[in-house]
Design a binder for this molecule. Structure first.
Ligand SMILES: [Zn+2]
Length: 200
């Protein structure tokens, strides 16, 4: 199973006009939603395998998700095994995370947990989609290495089509912060919507 990087590096080395053994830029650079211009952009050099992979999980006391679960202003809904929270800040109209109530990863969920995860993702998606000024909601599970299950839902501002798709978090990294009072007001709307969706 060590062919992957060998083949990737060979492709990088054989690139016409090569760039120090770096992979050539792909077609994504020419997408109108890609945040950067082709000129001056280069890929990072490939790095070697890390096998076995280091354990990057954090202890619960160092985990941002565990901390957020203890803050009423950041908790949007509490379910059986899972909950919905929001980050303390974002540059987007709203961001929510479907997370486990305890410090565990997706691999730890059984079938009941999977069912609850699906329901909560669907309900949270609907709640964010219904907010004023939201054009779409993107759903992602990146597993950020902390050891705490988190599915991230990102709301894109209505009409700002340049931010659409998989580059939305890259744009979000550059955009100015959304005022905290706006986020708090939207949190109340989402909290109420999630409470209603459970009753129905
Ligand atoms: Zn945690």
């Amino acid at each position: 199973m060590r062919e992957f990087l060998t083949q990737a590096q060979a492709a990088a080395d054989s690139t016409t006009g090569g760039d120090g053994g770096r992979l050539p830029l792909g077609g994504m650079v020419d997408w109108e939603v890609f945040p950067f211009e082709r000129e001056g952009l280069r890929s990072r050099p490939l790095v070697d395998y890390a096998v076995p992979e280091p354990d990057r999980r954090k202890a619960p006391e160092d985990c941002k998700t565990c901390t957020a679960l203890g803050r009423d202003d950041l908790v949007l809904h509490t379910g059986e095994r899972l909950a919905v929270i929001r980050p303390g800040g974002t540059s987007l109209p709203f961001v929510a995370n479907v997370v486990s109530r305890t410090h565990e990863v997706l691999d730890d969920l059984g079938d009941d947990g999977h069912v609850e995860l699906g329901r909560l993702i669907g309900r949270t998606y609907a709640a964010l989609r219904a907010l004023d000024g939201v054009g779409n909601v993107h759903v992602n599970k990146w597993e950020n290495g902390t050891g705490h299950l988190s599915v991230t839902l990102l709301a894109r501002p209505l009409g700002v089509l340049q931010l659409r798709g998989s580059n939305l978090p890259v744009w979000a990294d550059m955009l100015p912060a959304t005022p905290p009072e706006e986020l708090a007001a939207r949190a109340d709307v989402v909290r109420a919507a999630l409470a209603r969706s459970v009753v129905e």
